[in-house]
Design a protein. Structure first.
Length: 207
């Protein structure tokens, strides 16, 4: 089949398939703090690392149904900092709890019974017991185009200022992903976890 965006139903697909096509996507579990000092935690799968030197990451937040900013976006606009927490299989249920639509100022760390560890380079905590976390400062937000009648998504780009890794997931100087089985988001309500690895070396350049 082939179709243009927005016409998936005519093609026999019940739901917009984009997120099942661009899958698996890593999950950035974003912690942030507002000007009022309140804390927020929510998962974003429009998330990725986008550069290494310096390390940069991005997440993309849709709007609330009334067009207002999601709390994570509001907080990053207000205080310019966030942490990205990596979701291992053990954190899946808690991550899901934090995706609920709670009133601004609700502390999802408490709602999901999660511990907090103070940031080293930012005034935002990371989630206790995650396999890894990135402390970030806001670099730039790009407001993406919106279809007629839709609210825009905002792509938040941050610069990584601190990196936490649980020593227990490091083996021989390398992170072993099978030790925490990072969760990834697919389409619909589907998730995947990394349980198996294989290596490939890039071709050596001769030309
Ligand atoms: C695994 C997962 C991934 C999600 N990814 C996104 C995303 O990339 N962008 C987005 O706007 N909402 C995403 N959501 C929904 C938000 O987590 C949800 O709207 C949440 O309430 C936003 O919280 P906040 O307003 O506290 O930032 C995702 C939800 C789940 C469970």
């Amino acid at each position: 089949m082939f179709f243009k965006p927005g016409t998936h139903k005519d093609a026999g697909l019940h739901y917009n398939p984009l997120k099942a096509i661009v899958a698996p996507r890593p999950i950035g579990w974003i912690a942030s703090r507002g000007n009022d000092k309140s804390l927020n935690l929510a998962p974003y799968s429009f998330f990725n690392a986008i550069a290494e030197l310096p390390p940069m990451v991005m997440f993309s937040a849709g709007s609330n149904p009334d067009g207002s900013d999601k709390d994570s976006l509001r907080n990053v606009k207000e205080t310019g900092e966030f942490t990205v927490n990596i979701v291992g299989a053990a954190q899946g249920d808690a991550m899901n709890i934090t995706s609920g639509s709670y009133a601004y100022g609700s502390n999802e760390f408490e709602l999901a019974n999660l511990g907090m560890i103070d940031g080293e380079t930012v005034n935002v905590p990371r989630v206790a017991n995650v396999p890894a976390a990135l402390e970030c400062t806001h670099w730039q937000t790009i407001v993406l185009p919106a279809d007629e009648g839709a609210h825009p998504c905002s792509m938040v780009i941050g610069r990584v200022t601190g990196i936490y890794i649980d020593d227990d997931v490091v083996v021989d100087g390398k992170i072993d992903n099978t030790l925490f089985q990072p969760l990834a988001r697919l389409g619909y309500k589907d998730y995947a976890k990394v349980t198996e690895l294989f290596e490939m070396s890039r071709p050596t350049t001769t030309a």
